[in-house]
Design a protein around this ligand. Structure first.
Ligand code: SAM
Length: 477
């Protein structure tokens, strides 16, 4: 679908027409960041730098309000069921309707889709390109091999594909959707259009206090800066409008860029994934998620997978001084039948078969409780040793993937300036993740050594070594 864009020079007129108040700031081009907000004049103390009327805040609720009057929007929302009851789902559908309205408004088109509203032209004012990795070409995506972003990107592309297929399946019986989106001759909605609305949402949505995940026009032109460099914050005023406020301790000087934070705690992977850039000042990866699988020789593999509600993996993060980790799934990998883990199939009152989990013969209603039960168990050191071995091995595997897939700048110039920036971002991500992984690896090696010196662990190991089939020290899992 041809996405019609407008020059961002038209943004001030759009803002004025929709009663967005700019107070001493305006939009301007910012080198290597696209457009941003810049101080142009002095501002009365404590006055908001920007005020966006509440009916311009695009939230789940606002989408459904639009749907009351807009039949086309309503039909798609209803066809998509629960998906359209989440902020992201409803907003993506709303954005694709705006894009469709713009694309089929030409004279040769058979009929308009949706009702025009403030957002119909707003989406045309958004950038024509998004730097996030779902839009990188295959060569650029290969620079991420070995980073945690490679798996995240793969999973994202697959889930976008599934969403696009369910949009097709749910709406192909709606006559205008069939004609405008799906028909081999007259329809022209593509997977790229779906990626585009996902990119608009992901790189521009805010978690607005009191409203939740939403898109706030004009405030979404604020670029990111973390820590003390953050100049402003967004809030909801007592009337429900979104406001941009100067942070305490910051001063306004003409030419200063007004930045907000997209989340100082976000890891390098998430920043590049959601926003397509890494701040130059980023010295740590902050956090990193690695997936885990239950080994094939685990006799309880299928049952464990079935009952686990936790994501199959773990998160490493940089604490104050050391590296921390969390991941309830890891504990399921560390115990088996001989430790006291048991699965039983029972029948509920309505005759349904249910798989139940037991630890030391007591039912575990929530498998997430396993972690605290293992901490309190007299064999806690053994379980912690097993967890440390699992984590150390997975980290070693990731480090090896990162180090054996080094990327090198070629002599051939980059095809575009954007591609050169992507290479730089991928290189920085690799370095930051390698540093965190090396530190985490060292930490788990030390933890394993310290657990091996504990008497209960030594007794366990010597008992294990007297078994018919002794286990190698590291192979507890
Ligand atoms: C919410 S939008 C901000 C407005 C955006 N610059 C524009 O032109 O529309 C987020 C996008 O701005 C860019 N951006 C924000 N902060 C940045 C920064 N510190 N460095 C580089 N790019 C940044 C990234 O492309 C990001 O995906």
């Amino acid at each position: 679908m041809h996405r019609q864009t407008l020059s961002q020079d038209a943004l001030p007129a759009w803002a004025q027409a929709h009663h967005v108040e700019f107070n001493g700031i305006s939009v301007d081009a910012i080198p290597s960041k696209g457009t941003g907000l810049v101080v142009t004049a002095s501002v009365a103390e404590k006055a908001p730098l920007m005020l966006v009327p509440k009916d311009l805040i695009l939230s789940l609720e606002q989408v459904w309000i639009h749907a009351k009057a807009d039949r086309h929007l309503r039909e798609v929302l209803e066809a998509m069921g629960d998906y359209a009851r989440s902020s992201r789902g409803a907003i993506l559908i709303f954005l694709i309707l705006q894009t469709t309205h713009n694309a089929v408004s030409g004279e040769d088109q058979p009929g308009k889709v949706g009702l025009r509203n403030a957002f119909t032209s707003y989406v045309q004012l958004l950038p024509s390109q998004f730097p996030i990795p779902t839009f990188w070409n295959a060569y650029e995506q290969s620079w991420l091999t070995g980073t945690s972003l490679a798996a995240a990107l793969d999973a994202k592309l697959q889930s976008l594909d599934r969403e696009f297929s369910s949009l097709r399946a749910a709406t192909s019986m709606i006559p205008w959707c069939q004609r405008t989106w799906w028909h081999p001759e007259t329809g022209n909605l593509t997977f790229d259009d779906w990626k585009m609305v996902d990119a608009m949402y992901r790189s521009r949505a805010l978690d607005l206090p009191g409203t939740g995940h939403s898109m706030v026009p004009c405030i979404d032109f604020a670029n990111h800066a973390s820590g003390d460099a953050t100049i402003a914050l967004y809030e909801t005023d007592t009337d429900g409008n979104a406001v941009l406020l100067l942070r305490d301790g910051q001063e306004l000087t003409p030419g200063l860029e007004i930045t907000i934070t997209y989340g100082d705690e976000k890891g390098a992977c998430e920043m590049l994934f959601s926003y397509g850039f890494l701040e130059e000042s980023m010295a740590f990866a902050n956090e990193l998620y690695l997936d885990l699988d239950i080994p094939h020789d685990d006799p309880l593999k299928i049952a464990k997978k079935h009952v686990s509600k936790a994501a199959p993996g773990f998160r490493l993060f940089k604490g104050d001084k050391t590296v921390g980790w969390e991941g309830p799934f890891v504990w399921l990998l560390c115990v088996n039948e001989e430790d006291g883990l048991e699965f039983k199939i029972t029948r509920s009152n309505d005759g349904e078969r249910e798989l139940k989990v037991f630890w030391n013969e007591s039912e575990l209603i929530d498998v997430g409780e396993l972690e605290s039960l293992l901490q309190r168990d007299p064999r806690s050191d053994i379980f912690q040793l097993r967890a440390a071995v699992v984590l150390r091995d997975r980290i070693a595997q990731q480090l090896s993937a990162l180090q054996t897939n080094q990327i090198e700048e070629t002599k051939v110039p980059f095809a575009t300036e954007e591609s050169a920036q992507r290479f730089q971002a991928a290189t920085t991500l690799r370095l930051l993740e390698e540093t965190l992984l090396l530190e985490a690896h060292e930490m788990f090696v030390q933890k394993i050594n310290s657990k091996l010196s504990i008497s209960v662990v030594q007794r366990y190991l010597s008992a294990a070594s007297q078994d018919d089939e002794p286990q190698p020290i590291d192979d507890f899992s």
